[in-house]
Design a protein around this ligand. Structure first.
Ligand code: AMP
Ligand code: GLY
Length: 425
């Protein structure tokens, strides 16, 4: 089998690594890939903002299976375009991906189907914001409707700052492009949980649970990022709670999407807040999480290609996933300055030594190959990922491997998974 993966980050490196392990796979192609992915796949260039560019790659390669990594191509309709050419694709259609690409759509969908989520108002004008905001108690969450690479959510501690943020989204001063609609939302308190499920449009199969660390600073301080580290253990989600989430959130979402004529095939990532009144949806993503995927795929013992094909073919009910017991953890090394501006092109050393740590994989998020040298090429640079019998072991390995790696301005959080270890979770 030849498998084509679209994307350029750590998630796609983990996907390429897992796909390559399948005995059925003879060739992995990644477009555009990065310096680390080039070690497990043949990388070809493609513009992830341009469906025609991706379509050209797929038609030239004629893969047996195509996997879409990031949200942008999904929101542009890459799956629809590839399927129209008769290709087999893992990922949701443009309409189904609206669960991620429009927060207003997702909120209204959840309301229609009684899926638990924070109270909200969708506003299309500044006047509507000024009126609706009176109904919310601070803190108030203001969200851009569209994709914003993690920058579209603003937590506001007063009505005045919330109104300013909403106005800033409408007039384009906050994100560059002007938003047509925004969401005001009740602030939820609790632990976050990344609950990723596979779906073939009908059946839902949960992956191992994970917790992301979104803030840049130790102790969950500072601005939000794409994710600075993840851990996954069996004990972080009791079986009864998993059943509740499946029964009240994941399965009803997939069932209702099918009923509405937009079946959801791919990864339904439920970003949950475990509130005192139960789990509530913070957001849906229509793809694998990054860096959740790095930690979760390292624990997957089943053949990923078999599983993704079952999704594409509508046979997910036949699949039972096998997981490594214990735990995994992924620690992100980022460039100095991230999530603000940062420099790239710094040589990375120690990757060979780090790779020798037992049960550890160094997935590349933002790297490039310059001759024989791997250099930094993004805000998030590496995801050092390890498994272990316990979270302690997994973290020890990941941090041991991280200590071998160097590049100018390297930054990583040293407290990934610590709240779980100290029992404060
Ligand atoms: P989102 O892109 O919607 O996942 O939001 C990014 C992050 O903002 C989430 O992971 C939460 O940490 C935070 N967030 C989003 N919505 C809320 C909310 N209603 N209450 C509290 N925190 C939120
Ligand atoms: N790690 C969060 C996300 O993938 O959206």
């Amino acid at each position: 089998m030849k498998v084509l993966i679209f994307g350029a980050g750590g998630r796609e490196h983990a996907l390429a690594w897992a796909v390559k392990r399948s005995p059925r796979v003879t060739e992995v192609v990644c477009a555009p890939g990065n310096g680390g992915i080039a070690q497990v796949a043949r990388c070809v260039s493609a513009d992830l903002k341009d469906v025609q560019s991706m379509l050209r790659v797929a038609l030239a390669e004629r893969p047996d299976l195509t996997i879409i990594g990031p949200e942008l191509p999904l929101s542009l309709g890459i799956v629809d375009a590839l399927e129209a050419e008769g290709l087999r694709v893992f990922g949701p259609s443009r309409q189904a991906a609206m669960l991620e690409s429009s927060k207003a759509f997702a909120k209204q969908f959840m309301k229609r189907h009684q899926i638990p989520t924070a109270a909200y108002a969708v506003c299309t004008t500044a006047a509507e914001v000024d009126k609706s905001i009176e109904l919310f108690h601070p803190p108030i969450v203001v969200k851009a409707d569209g994709l914003a690479a993690g920058k579209g959510v603003i937590l506001c501690d007063s009505r005045t700052t919330a109104a300013e943020a909403a106005h800033g989204l409408f007039n384009g001063t906050l994100l560059g492009a002007a938003e047509q609609q925004i969401v005001l939302e009740e602030f939820l308190v609790g632990e976050e949980l990344s609950f990723m499920c596979l779906s073939d449009g009908k059946t839902v199969l949960p992956l191992a649970p994970a917790q992301d660390h979104k803030r840049i600073g130790e102790g969950d301080t500072g601005p939000n990022t794409g994710g600075m580290g993840v851990y996954s253990t069996d004990s972080m989600l009791e079986p009864a709670m998993r059943e509740w989430i499946m029964h009240h959130i994941a399965q009803p979402t997939v069932t209702a999407m099918a009923e509405e004529g937009t079946p959801f095939k791919g990864v339904l990532y439920c970003g949950l807040m475990m509130t005192p009144r139960g789990p509530e949806v913070l957001e849906f993503n229509a793809r694998f999480g990054d860096p959740e995927t790095q930690a979760v795929l390292l624990r997957l013992e089943s053949d990923l290609v078999d599983v993704l094909e079952a999704c594409v073919d509508g046979r997910l009910h036949e699949v039972e996933l096998q997981w490594k017991p214990g735990a995994s953890a992924c620690v992100i090394a980022s460039s100095s300055g991230y999530p603000g501006s940062y420099k790239t092109g710094f040589p990375i050393s120690g990757l060979g030594i780090a790779a020798q740590v037992e049960n550890t994989q160094v997935f590349h998020s933002g790297t490039a190959q310059l001759g024989s040298q791997i250099v930094t090429n993004g805000g998030r640079v590496l995801g050092v990922t390890a498994t272990g019998d316990s979270l302690h072991h997994a973290l020890d390995r990941a941090y041991k491997a991280m200590s071998d790696i160097h590049f100018e301005g390297i930054y990583y959080r040293s407290d990934i998974g610590h709240r779980a270890l100290s029992g404060k979770k």
